[in-house]
Design a protein. Sequence first.
Length: 219
Amino acid sequence: MTTEGTIRVVIVDDHQLVRQGLEAVLASDAGVAVVGQAADGRAAVEVVADAEPDVVLMDLQLPELSGLEATRQILAARPGTAVLVLTMFEDDGTVHAAIAAGAVGYLLKGADGEDILAAVHSAAAGQAVFGAALAQRLRTLFADGPTSRAAAFPELTERERLILDRLAAGLTNVEIGHALFLSPKTVANNVSVILTKLHLSERGQAIVLARDAGLGRSG
C-alpha cells in the first residue's frame, strides 16, 4: 500500500539483477514505491493493468513481446501512464521508435541512481526526459525540419506511400483499409514491404520517419 503523493513505479527488465538494482535505487527515495515488476513484455502489460503505476521503467529487448509493443499496449489501455525507457541501445532508429510508441523519456543503462530518480520524478510530473547526449542528438536530427513529401521515399509505390501517410497519421491497419478500400491483410502486407524497403524493423520507426518527412497530416 502506498501513501498519497507517492510515485508508483513498475520495473520491466528481463534480467533479475537489473530489476533488483533498480528496485534498490528507487527504494532510496521515500517518495517512490515499486508496485510491480515484469521480466517480459506480455507480463509487463498485465502487471501495469493490475498495479496501475504512474511510471513504468521499460527495457526494450524483452522476450514474448518487445518493449516497444508493450509500451504501445500499455498506453492504449492507460494513456496517463508515463513510460520511461531504460536501455543499452542508443541508435537513432531505436530512440525514434520509442518516442513514436509513446515513451516520455529515454535513458541509457549505466545512468547513475540520481539521474534515474530525477527522471522518474520528471516523468511522473509529465515532463519529457532524455539524457544530455540524446537530447542534443534529437535537436540536431530535427533541426532541418521535414523534407518535402514529393521527394520522400522514392523507393515506395504510390499505394505504399499512401499507406505510410495514413500510418503516420496514427491509423490502424483496419482504418487504413477502410480509407483506401483495401483489406486489412493487404494493408499489413504492404506495411511489411514498406519496412523492408526502408530498412526498418519496427512499425514505430516508420511512423517517426514518415512524420519527419511531412507525412501523416491526412488524418
